[in-house]
Ligand binder design. Structure first.
Ligand SMILES: [Zn+2]
Length: 137
């Protein structure tokens, strides 16, 4: 990514943002259906941060977070150039994530975060995480 123009880079990032996260969301949706999870809805615009999955009855919300945009500690690597720009952008996202999660917890929700890479590398453990949270209620 170091040798590409800013325009190309921002187009690339936009593609990472939309297709990456959306396809992992789709994957999780399929797995949830397969594993016979019941009573969930997606993209809950009525809740803070618009969680990707909501289990209303169990008061559990799930966010599927893109590793780059949300600063995954395992795989978020800043592009070589414009580091300061991307650092502050991701830092802002992380601050917003913290605020959203704190607000949801205050409202009585259990918040599950699943990183995009977890879903790609280990979808079963992502499912377990959700299953455990729901069973614990
Ligand atoms: Zn990651």
């Amino acid at each position: 990514m170091d040798n590409v123009s800013p325009e190309v880079r921002s187009r690339t990032m936009a593609a990472v943002h939309s297709s990456g996260t959306r396809s992992t969301e789709r994957a999780l949706r399929a797995r949830l259906a397969q594993a016979a999870f019941r009573g969930w809805r997606t993209n809950a615009k009525d809740l803070r941060g618009c969680p990707d999955f909501v289990f209303d009855q169990q008061r559990v919300v799930v966010f599927v977070d893109g590793c780059f945009w949300h600063g995954c500690p395992v795989c978020c690597r800043m592009p070589g150039s414009n580091k300061a720009y991307w650092n502050s952008k991701v830092a802002r996202n992380q601050a917003r994530d913290r605020k959203v999660r704190a607000g949801l917890r205050r409202d009585g929700w259990r918040v599950i975060r699943i990183w995009e890479h977890e879903l790609q590398e280990c979808p079963d453990s992502a499912l377990d995480k959700i299953g455990t949270a729901i069973a614990r209620v």
